[in-house]
Each structure stands twice: as C-alpha cells, then as structure tokens.
Design a protein around this ligand. Structure first.
Ligand code: AMP
Length: 497
C-alpha cells in the first residue's frame, strides 16, 4: 500500500475520525478524502498537461492538508508556502515553481490565487478523481523551500518513494498507543519539513493532528490549554519550542498526562532540555531524531535514557533501516569510529535534488556504485564508542536559530542588495555554544548608523526575509576584519559580540 492508498484505507475504516484540528477548523478523514478527491479533479481539468507543483499558501487551516492531498491525487506535487513569509519571498518561490495555480487558504494579492471559499463552491460540482491520476513511486510528492546561501531560497524535491520510506519508519517510533489516543502535535509551519513528521506519520496511521497556529504560540498559557484540551499524545517540535513550553511551571505530567512521547528534530537537543523534560515527564519517551529536509525529515533516532543525561552531549542516535551514514574527511575518505568529519547520508529517503537547480544539486547530491542516493549534509559528526552518532557542528555557514535553518549568506546577499551597503558579514552571537542572536557587520557609504539608519535597514530586510532571519544587532565598521591570509575573520567578529 502506498501513502495515498493507506490514507484511503483509513478513510474507509473511520470516516468520521478527526484528521486535522486547528483554531481555524476541523476536518474528518471522510471529508478530507472527499474534498481532496473533488479538488483534484478540478486541478486536473484546469491544469491539463501542466504537471508543475501546485502552490498551497496559508497557515494551519484544515484546508491545507486537503490541498496537499488534492495536488498529489491530481498527479502533481505541491509546494507549501506559509503566510508568515514576507511577500517578496513568497513571490520568489511562486516564480521559481512556475505554476500559475495557487491554492490559498488566506487572502493573497495575486491574480491567479484561488481562495478556499471559491474552491469550496467549485468542488460542489466535481466528481472524485480516479485513482489512475494519482502520483506514484518516483513522482514528486512535495517541494519544500529552505534558505539558500545565494540569497534565494532553494526547493528540495521529495518523491512519493522518499516519503513512503520515511513514514514506514516514523510510524514505528515512540511508545505505542491505542488508536483513539493517537494525537500528534503540529507546531512547525506546514512549509517546514518538521511538519511532515506529524502530518504524514499522523495521516498514515489514522491519528488526529492538532495544529497550533503562530498567534496561539505567542501565548504560552492559552497554547498549553489548547494542547491539553485536545489530548496531544505525540509531541513533535524543535527542542527550542519545548524550552518555551517549560517556562510554564505547570507543564508537567500531572497536568499533561496525555503526552506520552516527545519527538525532537531540527536542532541540537541539549542535556539540560532533556533532563528537565525527564524530570517533569518521567514516564514519557524523549526521542531525539536527526535529519535534513534533503533526506525527508529525519534518518536517525534515539530514546534518551537517564544514563545518557550524565554525558556532556546527547547522541542523535542510529540510522533507520534503509539509511546509512558515513563520516568522511575533506578528501572524501571514510573516517573510523571516534573521528569527526562530514556526515554523508546514503539511502532511500535522499531527495532527487533541488528544484530546477542542477548546479546546486550536483554540488551536494550523488549516486554510489550500488545506485543508492547520497547527500553531503554539511554537518560534522562522529560515531561514539556506544555506536551512536554524535553531531558536533557544521562545515559551512548554515546555522539553526530557534530551530530555523538559516544560511548566513542568504542574509548577507540581501543586505548587499541595498545601495549604501558595500560590505556585509553576518555572524551568530553564541553563549554556552547556543545561538542567542544574529549580528551583521556592515561597511556602509553615506549613512552613519543612526537609530533611523538601523531601522531602515531592518525594515528593508523584513520585506525580503522571514522575521527570524533579520539580524537584531547591526555593527557598523570601516572594513570587514580579515585574517592574516586574507580570509574574512568570522571568529574575530563573533568573539567581539
Ligand atoms: P532542516 O533541513 O531545516 O531540517 O535542517 C537540517 C539541519 O538541522 C541538519 O543538517 C542539522 O544541521 C540540524 N539538525 C537536525 N536535527 C538535529 C539534531 N537532532 N541535532 C542537531 N542538529 C540537528
């Protein structure tokens, strides 16, 4: 059974079970299936031979998964775009994908955007699409855009087979729960691959997805009440988000007995976060997983034990069946256990590459002599004596800040697009190894660095980049510091913060 067939099977078994709940509405499996089947028929009639990915724009509406399924049942991938992104970034993505069809659950000033209210009317007269139109195997399932070092986002292509491989494994993670208890938390925007963990592990196991919107996430008390009311049992988030939840002292197993598993991915799980969670939820599983968007969410997992909490660093675990990770040096030679180097992911969840970008694809993707796909992660890691993988940094300028993936070059290129900025270098400000803030060192012409100048620069960036990428600190310098051998001295700038 493939993913779509699996969902079809669940629909037949329990059509009235809620599939997706958020403050914007609720949809049952039967309605999800019916609406997506009809919408798929309309997409197919409207698009005919155009098989480009369909843009799905919005934020946490139950109509987002309807549109996702509609696209794949019409034989097309989808590309999720969250409405919290600035307009310029949204337009860049739409332009790159090159499909005029945009399905939107929120108002979007774009000629070709079809708002959900319009689609609800349209589908009333449609028949459900036939199964032979569905995507299959090597066809693309979705394209997720992530920060790119050249100042433009890059689209990661994920096939049906990739997602199939991932969900087969992700469904087996954590403590097993009764069917009626299975409620996944969706914290990440649906345009981030972390959300794939809850959406597709959930939908392919007949679970309910409880999605919390951005505004709700601003109010910890209200958000935790919502999570409790909806009996979330599988918590899926970045560790930063769990830290935020733990600022409420009442976030513990006495008040939240429903939470049975905590799944983490996307950034380092620190000993302190895991320790505090284990203290507050001694009976729940804390599971650290690791993986990049380029290899379909996650490829390793480990259940954190009390023994591990005595270590300085936590492992990211062992690889899932179907994936191998090897560690290589700068010359591409495999390194033995204990030696740190770049992590290479080999296996069936590795993406076929970046959307319409052969150059970037060739730089980091490949195939070995067994025909298996390989992805050069840029992550530095090693195998410990315990056989577990540990991650120890990056070999490039990609960072994770509050769980968000950011290429520092992306910010630098957008800063350099301003006429008065002649030089820009962006560095993270760290405390105890954790990033606290992003800072930009700027060489400017014609401005002094007054309050108004800083505001103007930040406002310019806010129109181009998501808010979390806009540097809080701007440092005006006469020249960018260089090392003796003429390289940009990022370490010196970082140390000065
Ligand atoms: P993304 O594509 O947004 O999921 O980001 C992938 C990157 O996040 C990886 O290449 C790592 O640098 C980082 N990452 C993901 N999971 C973990 C983890 N469990 N521990 C440390 N870093 C992680």
């Amino acid at each position: 059974m493939n993913i779509i067939e699996r969902i079809e099977h669940i629909v037949a078994e329990m059509p009235s079970k809620p599939a997706f709940i958020s403050r914007f509405g609720k949809i049952a499996y039967g309605d999800l299936w019916d609406a997506s089947g009809k919408l798929a028929a309309w997409i197919d009639k409207t698009q005919v031979d155009n098989k480009k990915p369909v843009i799905v724009y919005g934020h946490k509406s139950p109509w987002m998964p309807v549109c996702f399924l509609a696209a794949v049942r019409s034989g097309r991938a989808y590309c999720p775009v969250d409405s919290s992104m600035p307009e310029d970034r949204v337009l860049q993505i739409i332009d790159k994908v090159g499909n005029p069809l945009v399905l939107s659950t929120e108002p979007l000033e774009l000629e070709n955007a079809h708002l959900i209210d319009e689609l609800k009317e349209i589908i009333k007269n449609q028949e459900i699409i036939s199964k032979d139109k569905w995507i299959s195997g090597k066809d693309l399932f979705y394209v997720i855009f992530t920060s790119g070092s050249t100042g433009l986002p890059k689209g990661v292509k994920i096939t049906m087979d990739n997602l199939e491989g991932f969900t087969q494994w992700s469904r087996s993670l954590g403590r097993e729960l009764e069917e009626e208890e299975r409620i996944f938390l969706n914290q990440a925007p649906l345009s981030f691959d972390l959300s794939v963990m809850d959406i597709y592990t959930g939908l392919t196991s007949g679970s309910t997805i409880c999605s919390i919107d951005k505004e709700l996430q601003q109010d910890n008390t209200e958000m935790l009440d919502y999570i409790k009311e909806n009996n979330v049992s599988f918590w899926v988030s970045t560790p930063s988000f769990a830290d935020l939840a733990m600022t409420a002292p009442e976030f513990n197993d006495r008040n939240f007995p429903c939470i049975k598993n905590f799944f983490f991915c996307g950034e380092k799980l620190t000993v302190s976060t895991a320790k505090e969670l284990r203290r507050r939820f001694p009976k729940s599983g804390v599971i650290n997983t690791y993986g990049p968007t380029e290899s379909t969410v996650a490829v390793t997992d480990v259940v954190i034990t009390d023994d591990m909490l005595e270590q300085k660093e936590l492992p990211i675990g062992k690889t899932r069946p179907g994936t191998k990770i090897i560690i290589i040096d700068e010359n591409g030679n495999e390194l033995p256990q204990g030696k740190a180097g770049e992590m290479l992911i080999i296996g069936d969840t590795v993406s076929p590459g970046y959307f319409e970008d052969d150059e970037k694809t060739k730089a980091v993707f490949g195939v070995n002599d067994k025909g298996e796909r390989i992805y050069k992660t840029g992550d530095k890691g090693f195998y410990g004596k315990d056989g577990q993988l540990y991650i120890s940094g990056r070999i490039d300028l990609q960072i994770k800040f509050h769980g968000y993936r950011i290429e520092l070059g992306d910010i630098e290129q957008n800063l350099l697009a301003m006429d008065m900025i002649k030089g820009a270098c962006v560095v993270p400000k760290k405390r105890d190894g954790k990033i606290q803030q992003i800072a930009a060192f700027l060489v400017c012409e014609g401005i002094e660095g007054s309050f108004a100048d800083r505001k103007m620069i930040r406002n310019f960036l806010k129109e181009k980049l998501p808010e979390y990428m806009v540097p809080k600190k701007l440092v005006f310098v006469d020249s960018i510091p260089m090392t003796d051998n003429g390289k940009i001295d990022r370490k010196k700038m970082e140390a000065s913060l």
